[in-house]
Design a protein around this ligand. Structure first.
Ligand code: ZN
Length: 444
């Protein structure tokens, strides 16, 4: 019932007719007959294979893909609903491994970041996060790793529960909850020292507090732990990007040890320098942003199997005026980022697609990141795989998401045109199925 309600609500919100799909039933209710779909794919990019396949038939029962076969040999079972995507390119549902549904781009003219924590009721922020989650889904992103709520506590767990319970449409969410940094390591900042202001992350000092924060967050449902290993950054007299380190190696190791004990992983925001080095020495599972990575650090990432989630596009947003300290920093961040990405890619570092959506407005296309990945050396197929099978590996969901293959969850999208010729067609997702339910029907 709940799942039927969301699909219908989504169709109403999108102003489209898709009543024929509202009877889809989740696999968790095995006594109810499961809907069978047959999708005819003109071109299939399955998320793993190096080449696309032409004229494929995908059979879906309930929330799982049953088979993928050549259209000439496939027969539709009686009673199956046929979805004709024979003139489109079909792909697995996309995965964004670095988002913030509780942020909305923070236009300085609208009060920037601080107003979120100082003036908005939690319900207002949750309502907007609900819209962000829907936007991710309607753009074909059927899974996100949401890397902290920015002062909204455990709000991401509530949104995830609402999606999973069928109350609102949204992607699968891997939630990081509050994130961890140190004293003087996270906003709000710049207020009179006598005034106690809220902070956008949980601040710790010392390994005991670090472990306790990880325990609290894991105990309250965190799927990942997010740690800020660098905070402020600036350009020094020699023109180098410098970043303030936050946690010590000992503090980070306490978090990593605790989190790995729960069989969960740690994502570390780290720009460069000492903070990035501590992130690697302390055993972070993924480096977020990694603006300026040395060759020695790339070698260490390869040796340790560390993931790199670069988030290139967001550093081209909202540059401060050119001849200011902040303006020099903003330009330098973007200038060193692309070359770091190129060297990491060439060396074979594992790279997953991530955008930092929320750091930029959710009204902007998530898929803009693909063009940046290609600009800095990925083939279009590598870029697509960074948001499908590679991202699934980072999330320990290999074979379950990010692939169109038997046994995987039925997360399937389509775009008109050829994303291997122009990755920007991924901005125009025309069909979305998540978990065997159609959220955006095929155009007629
Ligand atoms: Zn972020």
């Amino acid at each position: 019932m709940k799942t039927s309600r969301i699909a219908l609500t989504f169709c109403l919100l999108a102003g489209i007719a898709c009543a024929q799909h509202v009877d889809a039933t989740p696999a968790s209710q095995p006594t109810v007959p499961q809907t069978t779909f047959v999708i005819h794919a003109g071109t299939l990019i399955d998320g793993v294979s190096p080449q696309p396949k032409r004229n494929q038939t995908i059979l879906i029962r309930g929330n799982r893909i049953v088979s993928v076969s050549d259209a000439s040999t496939a027969a539709a079972p009686a009673g199956a609903q046929v979805i004709d995507l024979s003139s489109a390119t079909v792909l697995p549902g996309l995965i964004d491994t670095h988002t913030h549904i509780f942020l909305q781009g923070e236009d300085p003219a609208e009060g920037g970041y601080d107003i979120q924590l100082l003036k908005y009721p939690a319900s207002f922020r949750a309502a907007r996060a609900t819209v962000s989650a829907r936007r991710a889904l309607e753009q074909g992103f059927t899974t996100i790793r949401d890397l902290e709520t920015e002062g909204a506590g455990y709000g991401d767990i509530g949104i995830k529960e609402a999606v999973d319970g069928g109350y609102i449409p949204g992607p699968r969410i891997f939630a990081a909850t509050r994130a961890i940094s140190t004293t003087a390591g996270y906003p709000l900042e710049g207020y009179a020292p006598e005034i106690v202001v809220p902070k956008g992350a949980q601040l710790i000092d010392g390994p005991v507090e670090a472990r306790k924060a990880a325990r609290e967050q894991l105990g309250n449902g965190a799927d990942w732990i997010k740690v800020y290993m660098t905070h402020r950054s600036w350009v020094d007299d020699q023109g180098n990007l410098v970043s303030q380190p936050t946690l010590t190696v000992e503090e980070l190791k306490a978090i990593v040890d605790e989190t790995h004990g729960w069989h969960k992983k740690v994502a570390c925001h780290a720009y460069n320098g000492l903070g990035l080095q501590r992130a690697l020495d302390g055993g972070c599972d993924s480096i977020e942003h990694g603006l300026d990575i040395t060759d020695a650090q790339i070698a260490q990432m390869l040796k340790q199997g560390t993931w790199y989630v670069p988030t290139l596009s967001v550093y081209y947003y909202d540059w401060a005026p050119e001849n200011t300290e902040a303006g020099r920093r903003d330009r330098k961040r973007a200038a060193v980022h692309g070359p770091s990405f190129q060297r990491a890619l060439k060396a074979g570092v594992k790279i997953a697609f991530g955008t930092d959506m929320g750091g930029m407005p959710w009204t902007d296309p998530i898929a803009q990141e693909f063009a940046r990945e290609v600009e800095f050396g990925m083939t279009p197929m590598q870029a697509i795989q960074s948001a499908t099978s590679r991202a699934a590996e980072l999330l320990d969901m290999k074979g379950k998401i990010g692939v169109v293959a038997p046994g995987a969850y039925a997360d399937v999208i389509a775009v008109p045109g050829d994303p291997l010729a122009d990755v920007n067609v991924l901005k125009n997702v025309s069909f979305v199925m998540k978990d065997g339910q159609v959220y955006k029907p095929a155009p007629r």
